[in-house]
Design a protein around this ligand. Structure first.
Ligand code: DOR
Length: 448
């Protein structure tokens, strides 16, 4: 029994609390979880959400998305990107700095925060892009409220951000303390092998050009630099068995992300089936590497899943390879794709919550998120584990309007998304727009 009056009471569901699934009702007020218990006639609430048959997960955190604003708004913007997020059950996103201009100064980070205010449907934080020019100032930049930390591109991808040499890499890592997120592809090797994809090459050459050694070499160089500077690093979208072997020996300094697409699509089939829609960096690889990623999910090497949502228009994607840009959308499909893997017993629901909620909160020191507990933020994702539905391009909220998973039938879908105690998506409708807030971090002293 509770004597408190709640703004929202979620009843009848099973909740994924820290110890696992329990039948418990959730009382919410002031944007926070205030009470977990069994409601009765005396429980007062302004609104009751009957969630019988559903499972309540901690709000899903996607710590790698590209939302393209400013400068590339024809592909996506902060409104459409966060709309895709909340439709996919994602309540918090960390957005990447390869916009135009790049997010590499204080002013540009503050500009993104200003743009997000009142328009973002999910909570948000922004990465600062590392460059040779801003390296010495990164210790200050990474502590700006609303910054999720520093991002390094070791190989060229979409945009101009690049830290190609070891000297600059060490200089970047030596300035600051927070965990640094890194895209590991070795730039000199990418340049050396580029002739393999001269015009006329098929897109199935993408993973031949950007080969296993390109990824392994960069990850090895990063780990060496991280040890030298004693700086914790987070290796984004790991794609190879070779890197997983390296990372397994360096878990004291490195955390690891894999994406749903690298766990689900494989070469060469994906390139034959969907062409340049399967083109991304680092590439989708053969099933032997995919099997190693799954092993790493099961044995704990992997800390988080991130979607690397990187939308490009179909017109852009239709250009002949290698002019076609790399990247695919994914923030809306990350949870259903992974729930489908749960339904097929490839991982447990508990491990999925670890990867999508607790993991990001732990590795990035996020305050008040990642678990269903009294005193935590009321970010919640209500899912129907038994619902079977087909993925269709027309349901995608992203401006790009397509998904690499089109036509797959998936079991397990988000039904309702709660952000800061507000029901933001319910029964396929955006019900409370623009309520997202900047994320707060334990290692940013003045974020309260
Ligand atoms: O394929 C990719 N696309 N990989 C990246 O690292 C960047 C992304 C983008 O922004 O398009």
């Amino acid at each position: 029994m509770s004597t408190q009056a709640f703004e929202l009471l979620i009843t009848g569901a099973q909740c994924h609390c820290p110890g696992g699934l329990v039948e418990v009702d959730v009382g919410i007020a002031g944007g926070q979880i205030r009470w977990l218990g069994r409601a009765d006639a005396s429980t007062k609430a302004e609104r009751v959400l009957d969630a019988r048959g559903l499972v309540v997960l901690p709000g899903i955190i996607d710590s790698q998305v590209h939302f393209r604003e400013p400068g590339l708004e024809h592909k996506e913007d902060l409104e459409s990107g966060t709309r895709a997020a909340v439709f996919g059950g994602v309540t918090t996103i960390f957005e990447m700095p390869n916009t135009n201009p790049n997010t590499d100064t204080r002013e540009r980070l503050l500009d993104k925060l200003e743009r997000a205010r009142g328009r973002a449907h999910s909570n948000y934080a922004f990465f600062v892009g590392a460059t040779a020019a801003n390296a010495d100032g990164l210790a200050e930049l990474e502590l700006l409220p609303g910054a999720s930390g520093v991002k390094i591109f070791m190989g060229s991808s979409t945009g101009s951000l690049l830290v190609a040499d070891d000297e600059t890499l060490v200089r970047v890592l030596a300035h600051g303390r927070r965990r640094v997120a890194v895209h590991c592809e070795d730039e000199p090797r990418l340049i050396e092998r580029k002739p393999l994809v001269a015009s006329g090459a098929p897109v199935s050459m993408h993973h031949v050009w950007r080969d296993v050694e390109t990824a392994r070499l960069a990850t090895e160089r990063l780990l060496r630099a991280a040890r030298r500077t004693l700086r914790p690093v987070h290796v984004l979208h790991v794609t190879t068995r070779d890197e997983m072997e390296l990372l397994a020996r360096n878990k004291d300094i490195a955390t690891v992300e894999v994406t749903p697409q690298h766990l689900t699509l494989s070469a060469p089939d994906c390139y034959e089936r969907i062409g340049s829609r399967a083109q991304m960096n680092p590439p989708i690889r053969e099933s032997e590497h995919q099997a190693a990623l799954w092993d790493a999910v099961r044995n704990g090497i992997v800390d988080v899943l991130g979607s690397d949502h990187a939308p490009h228009t179909l017109e852009e994607k239709a250009q002949p390879y290698p002019k076609s840009p790399s990247g695919m959308p994914g923030v809306q499909t990350m949870l259903p794709i992974m729930l489908d893997h749960v339904s097929k017993h490839r991982l447990s629901l508990g491990r999925l919550v670890d990867l999508l909620c607790e993991g990001p909160a732990r590795i990035y020191n996020i305050r008040g998120k990642g678990r269903i507990a009294v005193g935590y933020d009321a970010d919640l994702t209500l899912v129907d584990l038994k619902l079977r539905q087909r993925v269709v391009d027309a349901d995608m909220q992203s401006k790009c309007g397509w998904t690499p998973f089109a036509d797959m039938t998936l079991e397990g879908w988000p039904r309702t998304t709660v952000v800061g105690g507000q029901i933001v998506v319910h029964e396929g409708q955006l019900t409370t727009p623009g309520r997202g807030k900047p994320v707060r971090f334990w290692d940013v002293p003045d974020s309260q």
